[in-house]
Design a protein around this ligand. Structure first.
Ligand SMILES: [Zn+2]
Length: 264
């Protein structure tokens, strides 16, 4: 049976319409060996840690650019305190979901950038990888990342151009692909997934978000990963066996602390 790692989801924080036990059983049955739960806000940290422990998965703590509030300075302090006090937690595998969103109108871009940089500094200090959100902001995201050369990780739900994908890969980042692969209209996403070297690819569901074409009303589920792999292997005309082995290894390279979790 092929094995998968869902490198980005929100299980335990946002509802998939079923219990955590049901999510765990369904994921396991689909070959999902491990996953990374990513946070949106400071109130998520403890819950993400609990869900990750219950599921034997990893989790990331961070402040999502879409959910920053006027108290983001306080939230950054909470993030820092939590990350430092949990640095020896084997389940804390990274900092995320962090990044920039210039797609949604009316958000404070300067605040986003300021918070993002603080989070990158924290990742650098703790030697943790990041799970990065970027919408219409990739140029600025790459500029911020370049200022923290020790920080690597995943560009989640990659939606840039082929040129940007190759650039990010050449700088040592992994690119996450998921539900968007299943839409024939997602031409850019599919083009990037086709031309990148397999060594830079990750699979993710963003569950319960980014629903696949075959369940466009959502929610998405970690158990959707085998279908995403199938689509990817069709797009690349590459065997799913080979591809899944490479992507599994990439996931451990992107989030090194997952190795200990998957070895158990
Ligand atoms: Zn997400």
């Amino acid at each position: 049976m092929l094995e998968f790692i869902d490198t980005h989801n929100h299980v335990g924080l946002a509802s998939l319409g079923e219990t955590l036990e049901a999510v765990a059983a369904k994921s396991k049955a689909a070959g999902v060996r491990c996953a990374v739960i990513t946070c949106a806000a400071a109130d998520d940290f403890e819950r993400a840690a609990e869900a990750a422990r219950a599921l034997h998965w990893g989790y990331c703590v961070g402040l999502h650019p879409l959910y920053l509030s006027e108290s983001s300075f306080e939230d950054l302090k909470r993030l820092r305190a939590f990350a430092l006090s949990h640095r020896d937690d084997p389940h804390l595998v990274g900092i995320g979901e962090i990044g920039l969103d210039f797609y949604v109108e009316g958000l404070d871009r300067q605040q986003q950038e300021c918070v993002f940089k603080e989070e990158l500094a924290l990742a650098q200090e703790l030697y943790l990888p990041v799970s990065v959100h970027s919408r219409r902001a990739l140029f600025k995201v790459m500029e911020c990342l370049a200022a923290y050369p020790g920080v690597k990780g995943a560009l989640h739900a990659f939606s840039g151009s082929v040129e940007q994908a190759k650039d990010a890969a050449s700088k040592g980042f992994y690119l996450g692909f998921g539900g968007a692969l299943t839409y024939p209209g997602s031409k850019r996403v599919r083009a990037c997934a086709k031309v990148l070297a397999a060594e830079h690819l990750l699979l993710e569901t963003d569950a319960p978000d980014m629903a696949p074409a075959f369940r466009s009303e959502g929610p998405s589920h970690p158990a959707d990963l085998p279908a995403y792999l199938e689509e990817l292997s069709r797009i690349r005309a590459e065997s799913s066996d080979t591809l899944s082995a490479v992507i599994y290894r990439n996931s451990l390279n992107a989030f090194p602390k997952l190795a200990a979790l998957t070895a158990q």
